[in-house]
Design a protein around this ligand. Structure first.
Ligand SMILES: *[C@@H]1O[C@H](CO)[C@@H](O)[C@H](O)[C@H]1NC(C)=O
Ligand SMILES: *[C@@H]1O[C@H](CO)[C@@H](O)[C@H](O)[C@H]1NC(C)=O
Length: 486
């Protein structure tokens, strides 16, 4: 009896309220194929070995209007194009990939004009596609570097490349491997920064669009946790013990106007956070150790390679050990009890390699069985690659990430109280969760519809002080804040 009920409880916790199959399969492929100008051209490419269909593995996705972008790294020979798209409204379930913006722009080893290998990509609100070309061919020990790392930015409205920026030699090192990108848009399209995680070289590179310049941070938080390097996925046991800083996501702007970058090493169950106020300042490179904070560990089986936070502050991350996608609402404290599972499927979600949220607030996921592809081989008689999606609202419903906007109901009309010098105890303060990052970075709150300034004498809060995490009452700490934009 006891066993049954605790099992039941466990089932409820790990998968509350019918969590399977919320994600709808939109595309599925047994094998990747490309849209050649003609059947002859395709056949010719296969006969000459320029196209080896069995060597293609889709890894990164992004959605813009009616295009679904798909990157295919050149880990092996015979990948004709690394950056591609398919029309979202394709009449078939397994559309052929169309090189973006053209075949020529995907030429391996053409450093100036072509892309050699692309992993994760990002569309910003200014209709630009941010693409990091690693310049590589091959994987792990076999990797060759015909070209340097270079950021390419495309204007999606004209399909023209509008920027190519080669990383400085100091931005990378002999071990560098970068597969993730986060793009941080300020108030104008010019006011944009991108951050790149160097997984094996253990660095974080920042790029300023306005200045067309990059710089690199180092930190021990970028290193893997030596105890978290063992993986069991898709029936395979393997070790990714050296994998450091990888997946990243950006919060909505905080009280001071800057976002927070959340990141996690791949061989780790921990997440770290740093303000983009620090990252955007190139003179902080050697003097920012204490600006990086650590959050509580996730639960077991929570290796993650990709994450995204939507405009409302809900973060989604792939749970590669669980064939699942997890969520966390940044209105709540970052700890395992506040992490939910939005969907889990031991067939459709084997290695969910990338997660993205589109402008209509749908979550998109690609699953690709990457470990099997790398360690053994895929069976091309079955479906190996899937693109799935669901509205965020549907996914988080019934999970811990579905945090009600209780403030709007609760809050007395603070518009009448423009200048608050002391937060009055209206009786709601105990119930309002918020998080802060101490003296230098104002906290984020959810209670207010208006900017306010004062002393948080009555409101309990949680946050990180200069160095040590603590929890308590901020009786002594003056702050100035704007409401969290969620
Ligand atoms: C940005 O810097 C790159 C150097 O990698 C240079 O080739 C390019 O012309 C610059 N672009 C702009 C718009 O300044
Ligand atoms: C950048 O950091 C330097 C050194 O800490 C500081 O003096 C400067 O004010 C910062 N710049 C900005 C724009 O915050």
């Amino acid at each position: 009896m006891k066993l049954t009920s605790s099992l039941l409880l466990l089932a409820c916790i790990s998968c509350p309220v019918l969590c399977t199959n919320k994600l709808q399969e939109h595309f599925q492929w047994n094998i990747i194929d490309f849209e050649y100008p003609s059947d002859e051209a395709r056949l010719q490419a296969i006969l000459t070995g320029r196209f080896k269909p069995e060597n293609g593995l889709p890894v990164g996705i992004e959605v813009w209007n009616d295009k679904l972008f798909i990157s295919v790294p050149r880990w092996k020979e015979g990948i004709p194009s690394t950056l591609n798209y398919v029309p979202l409204d394709s009449p078939v379930k397994n559309p052929r990939l169309i090189p973006y913006p053209s075949w020529e722009a995907n030429e391996l080893g053409n450093c100036e004009k072509g892309l050699s290998t692309v992993y994760r990509i990002h569309v910003d609100k200014c209709d630009r596609l941010w693409v990091l070309d690693t310049g590589t061919f091959g994987i792990e020990k076999t990797t060759q570097n015909p070209c340097p790392y270079a950021l390419n930015i495309f204007d999606l409205r004209t399909d023209q490349r509008i920027r190519r920026y080669e990383f400085r030699p100091e931005d990378t090192n002999a071990n560098t491997f970068i597969a993730n990108i986060a793009v941080d848009l300020g108030h104008t399209c010019d006011d944009a920064h991108a951050y790149f995680s160097d997984e094996l070289g253990y660095g974080l590179i920042a790029y300023s669009y306005k200045e067309n310049k990059s710089w690199r941070f180092s930190h021990s938080f970028f290193l893997p946790d030596p105890l978290k390097g063992d993986f069991n996925i898709d029936g395979l046991n393997f070790q990714w013990g050296e994998e450091g800083i990888f997946g990243m996501s950006l919060t909505p702007p905080q009280a001071d106007g800057y976002r927070l970058l959340h990141f996690s090493p791949l061989a780790s169950h921990r997440e770290f956070v740093v303000s983009t106020r620090t990252l955007q300042n190139s003179s902080r490179v050697d003097d920012s150790w204490n600006d990086f904070f650590y959050l509580k560990e996730r639960s077991d089986l929570s290796h993650t390679t990709s994450r995204i936070m939507d405009d409302e502050g809900v973060q989604f991350f792939n749970l590669i050990d669980q064939n699942a996608v997890g969520c966390w609402n940044s209105r709540t404290e970052y700890r395992k009890e506040n992490h939910g599972i939005v969907d889990k499927d031991d067939k459709q979600l084997i290695f969910p390699a990338d997660v993205k949220v589109d402008r209509n607030r749908n979550l998109w996921v690609i699953s690709d069985r990457m470990p099997r592809f790398l360690i053994t081989s895929l069976d091309y008689n079955e479906v190996n690659f899937r693109v799935l999606f669901a509205p965020v609202e549907v996914l988080i419903k019934g999970t811990v990430c579905d945090v009600p906007k209780r403030l709007e109901e609760k809050i007395i009309n603070l518009n009448d109280v423009r200048h608050i010098t002391e937060i009055p105890s209206y009786g709601y303060s105990q119930k309002i969760p918020f998080q802060g990052y101490s003296q230098k970075i104002p906290f984020q709150g959810y209670s207010q519809n208006i900017p306010f300034q004062g002393y948080s004498q009555k409101i309990p809060f949680q946050g990180y002080s200069q160095k040590t995490p603590f929890q308590g009452y901020s009786r002594k700490i003056p702050f100035q804040g704007y409401p969290y934009l969620g």
